[in-house]
Write a protein that binds this ligand. Sequence first.
Ligand code: PLP
Length: 398
Amino acid sequence: MNKTEELAARGSKVIMNTYSRFPIAFDHGKGMYVWDMDGKKYLDFVAGIAVNSLGHANEKLCEKISEQCRKLMHVSNLYYTEPQIELAEELCSHSCFDKVFYCNSGAETIETALKICRKYATMKNKPGRDIICMEKSFHGRTYGAVTATGQDKYHKGLDPMIPGIKHVPFNNFEALKNAVDENTCGILLEPIQGEGGIIPAKKEYLQKVRALCDEKDIVLIFDEVQCGVGRTGELFAYQVYGVEPDGACFAKGLAGGIPIGAFMAKDKLAEAFKPGDHASTFGGNPFVTSAGTVVMDMLFNGGLLENVKKQGKLLSEKLNALKDKYDIVKDARGIGLMQGIELTIPSGPVVADCIKNGLLLVGAGTNVIRFVPALIVTSAEIEEAMNKLDKALDRASK
Ligand SMILES: Cc1ncc(COP(=O)(O)O)c(C=O)c1O
């Protein structure tokens, strides 16, 4: 056994078996690359599942967080700290939102969203309790978030799920309209479905959903946990569509790898929460929010948003070329650096083949391969990844 296999074996004895893990253990990373315990190098197109927005071991991020943890790591939300305010100011000034609630993960932002939808209805003296979510969606694993997730496989053995959550087909306005009644208080959707298979919303669909929510005073929430924070080439995915939600969920890439969640809302919705209605011990502590300020600085002043647009175009061209070349590639789709190819065969063996050959990829659903590299990715790294993928698709076609 080499060191990597040894560590993976040790891990399998003490880490709960909730993931189908690869027998790989990583030791360190730099930029777009990671190395396992035996020094094998991998080009990382997973980025911790769309988390390491600045790549691995980014100097500015490392400097900032080490400086901040020596200064002040945590004090609780009974008080204010400068980094959390600075990040919130950045997020609000670059978006349609007025207020931020900090937490620690994507699922927690969803819990926040579900609660605030019902609180809003209560504040407005409306009967609404029901929240409509989408089929094929993914919102996380806490009880509310997993109930909101529109995929049966995640509900197995967990019933009863929380009441008042309905699911309708995504990108189908008639189905949504027919599901809305006087009991509806919120609609939750991902502008680009991630785990469900990289499925972008249609612009016209989102426009109609917005108009319906305005007409009925229903809260519209976008789950941008995966597609937000620069991944589309805009700070937030709603900006690509020009359709503003009332509230939105952000997490993953926001602090470049430090656990963070941010639920953002326009004032009209934010005021539904009063002191004591919601809380998080760690949420938005100075350590994590200082990391967020570095990510924001890099997005706006370090050329990252432009890079996402440029490299996203290249990635899309390359994936479409592979679609033309191989019959097993049925579709290529996505926005910016959140793209996928749908195969006619299960994606697992192709992903495993790429990993064996030094390219980290991740599936989405059973037939889709997802491409969510760090936002710092270069054209040369995209070329390298696509060459490896090309060879894997060639082998899988035979
Ligand atoms: C769109 C979306 N929402 C929510 C979540 C849950 O985030 P977390 O795993 O940080 O709880 C995820 C995670 O993949 C996601 O992709």
